[in-house]
Design a protein around this ligand. Structure first.
Ligand code: CA
Length: 229
């Protein structure tokens, strides 16, 4: 069994060491980073399985690190647990909808951090990423990638390939907010140069076809889109 790698981005040396030591003891490989720039570089080169990310960092803050990681097509899906100084900061970050997978407020117990890390990793493994052909059911909507069909209340709807991929991607990750250009790269990849690059147009078409279910795709103002959790 390969051990999972955790990237710990934390500028306080004591805290960084305590976290690194305890995560190692739990069997994880740990990459420590002491500022945001180092954190981004380590995320891109070491491709960790999870990032434990302090919000307040001396150079670029945790939000910017989160944004840069999310924008990278190779590591953009890495689970991120954001560590904040107080609960109010957590509220602010939640409001920004930047797509961290969990939040921990300082002061925290090491036990709590390890429990959260394990929970987020478990959730990640259970995600549809492992099996993109698995049919999804979200309320009244059934999405079947193998048959390339979307069904609502027994009625089969016609979607273009791009619309289908976009809908399936978002539906597989309910509650996660994706910026438009991230969606373009993650969903369309190399095809992005061949199809209409305007994500909004595709989203509009998907909503129209979903009819009464249109609200499952939510617009997060100033950020992008998410599938309703
Ligand atoms: Ca800090």
């Amino acid at each position: 069994m390969t051990r999972e790698r955790i990237l710990v981005v934390e500028d306080e040396a004591d805290l960084r060491e305590v976290l690194s030591y305890n995560l190692s003891r739990e069997g994880f490989k740990v990459s420590p980073a002491s500022d945001g720039g180092e954190g981004v570089r380590a995320a891109l080169t070491e491709k960790p399985d999870l990032i434990l990310l302090d919000l307040m960092l001396p150079d670029i803050d945790g939000l910017e690190v989160c944004r840069r990681v999310r924008q990278d097509p190779n590591v953009g899906a890495t689970p991120i647990i954001m560590v904040t100084a107080k609960d109010e900061e957590t509220d602010v970050i939640l409001g920004l909808g930047l797509g961290a997978d969990d939040y921990i407020a300082k002061p925290f117990s090491v036990k709590e951090v390890i429990a959260r890390v394990k929970a987020v990793l478990r959730r990640g493994h259970a995600s549809v990423d492992d099996d993109p052909r698995r049919p999804l059911r979200r309320g009244a909507i059934k999405i079947d990638p193998a048959r390339h069909e979307v069904e609502i209340d027994g009625e089969t709807l016609q979607f273009t390939a791009t619309e289908f991929r976009l809908l399936h991607f978002l539906a597989a990750r309910p509650g996660r907010v994706y910026e438009r250009d991230v969606l373009l790269r993650r969903v369309l990849g190399d095809d992005a140069i061949r199809v209409d690059r305007n994500i909004d147009v595709h989203i509009r078409a998907i909503r129209k076809k979903l009819g009464e279910q249109r609200d499952v795709i939510e617009t997060v103002r100033g950020v992008g889109y998410k599938f309703r959790d």
